[in-house]
Ligand binder design. Structure first.
Ligand code: NAD
Length: 422
């Protein structure tokens, strides 16, 4: 069934993703066959993950890996551990990775993986067993020149270390370049943990400058207080901004005077969530998104800005830290209300950019200083933001459409150069 029909039948995450692709593709002079090919994943893998609970009971989870497109290089994309993981979601995420890697001009295709599980309810040993079995199932199809996973929601540098170790044991060769986002001691890159949040703040600040929003005193709301959200919040505070709302899966916290982010990070680390945090008034996650602010950073999951709440959003600028937080319907409402949206495929591309730096460092065996990583990251984010701004102005389209146009064009150029092996 064509993806357009899937989208019409049930509004899937992949259906939303395809809708954005179609808007941009319509503005490019694409060969219909190539366009069709780009709406199909190259490979989808589903498998069972039997694992033993600490109490000896056997359980079976489902694992996924989708390799969406290889035109520009090995597939690249994170591994998600979350109860909501489905093939549809992983496919959409792999699809976005294809455009994200292209929009920042990295020599990678797009991929994504996941396990439907609740990592918060699993012990470290259980997580290790699941991860090792997950990696073992994928040994033939991942590798530095095939597909390079990384962390995503619910996965950590430690999980990447287990993945890398399992893969290296199977292939009988130390292979740090099989995953990125690893701990520093086994070939991780300095600056990788902070890279996505740093990239979010870099593009947000660049756009705020265009809008004459002074970062000093700017009011920011951040949904999701994990790797991306908490680090973006920290970077804004360093620039003098006020974080007036934060949230995680347990709920939201609002404070017009500005939340003490260092304190909230310490609280979340100690209690494994923000539950019970007293540095702000308790609000729901829905209400948090509608708080009065200059910049809203959704940094949790997909589909949180929808037709239901789009008209009540008060931010002037939305910077998508998460993948797919805005539905196409909500996006149109924002455009009609002159609310600027920096799309996920650019806004959160800092992570994959430093993952690329990590892969390069692993392959050369030479590791860079943190200042060098951050400097190169800033260059990539600023250069590509500028390019998107130019296309957006020239073609009179929103940033998202401009970003997709650039990304699709780059992928198609690679496909054309290689030809289709049909
Ligand atoms: P994470 O697991 O570190 O944090 C996720 C946060 O979201 C947690 O605070 C969690 O409690 C919160 N959350 C979960 N469900 C929620 C809900 N329903 N309402 C509010 N908060 C909720 O994950 P992360 O790595 O920070 O990823 C966040 C988003 O950023 C995801 O969409 C991910 O795909 C995207 N992303 C991450 C990276 C990266 O490098 N980590 C890179 C690019 C994109």
């Amino acid at each position: 069934m064509p993806p357009e029909l899937t989208a019409a039948r049930e509004v899937s995450v992949f259906g939303d993703a395809i809708a954005y692709f179609n808007e941009a593709a319509a503005l490019l002079d694409l060969d219909p066959g190539v366009r069709l090919l780009l709406t199909k994943p190259s490979r989808q893998i589903i498998f069972s993950i039997p694992f033993q609970r600490d109490n000896g009971e056997l359980e079976v989870y489902t694992g996924y890996r989708v390799q969406y497109n290889f035109a520009r290089g090995p597939a690249k994309g994170g591994i998600r551990y979350h109860p909501g993981v489905t093939l549809d979601e992983v496919t959409a995420l792999a699809f976005w990775m294809t455009w994200k890697c292209a929009v920042v001009d990295l020599p990678f295709g797009g991929g994504k993986g996941g396990v439907t599980c609740d990592p918060g309810s699993l012990s470290l040993k259980e997580l290790e067993r699941i991860t090792r079995r997950y990696a073992a199932e994928l040994v033939e199809v991942v590798g530095p020149d095939k597909d390079v996973p990384a962390p995503d929601v619910g996965t950590t540098p430690q999980i990447m270390a287990w993945f890398m170790d399992t893969y290296s044991m199977h292939v009988r060769q130390h292979t740090p370049g099989v995953v990125t986002g690893k701990p520093l001691t086994i070939g991780g890159s300095r600056g990788r943990v902070e890279a996505t949040g740093r990239g979010v703040s870099l593009v947000a600040l660049a756009q705020m400058a265009e809008m004459d929003i002074n970062p000093k005193g700017a009011r920011i709301v951040v949904q999701g207080f994990g790797n991306v959200g908490s680090i973006a919040a920290k970077m804004f505070v360093e620039r003098g901004a006020k974080i007036v709302g934060i949230s995680d899966v347990t709920g939201g916290y609002a404070n017009g005077k500005g939340i003490d982010i260092a304190g909230a990070v310490a609280y979340a680390q100690e209690h494994h969530s923000l539950d019970g945090y007293r540095g702000g008034e308790r609000v729901t996650n829905e209400a948090l998104l509608e708080l009065s602010c200059d910049v809203l950073i959704p940094a949790a999951l997909e589909k949180v800005l929808t037709i239901e709440n789009a008209s009540r959003i008060q931010a002037k600028l939305i910077v998508e830290g998460a993948n797919g937080p805005t539905t196409p319907e909500a996006d149109h409402v924002f455009a009609s209300r002159d609310i600027i949206v920096i799309p996920d495929i650019l806004a959160n591309a800092g992570g994959v950019t430093v993952s690329y730096f990590e892969w390069v460092q692993d392959r050369s065996g030479y590791f860079w200083k943190e200042a060098e990583v951050n400097e190169r990251l800033a260059e990539v984010m600023h250069e590509n933001f500028k390019r998107i701004r130019e296309i957006s102005t020239q073609r009179r389209v929103p940033y998202r459409t401009a970003a997709y146009m650039i990304a699709i064009d780059r992928v198609v150029q690679s496909m054309n150069a290689r030809g289709v092996y049909a």
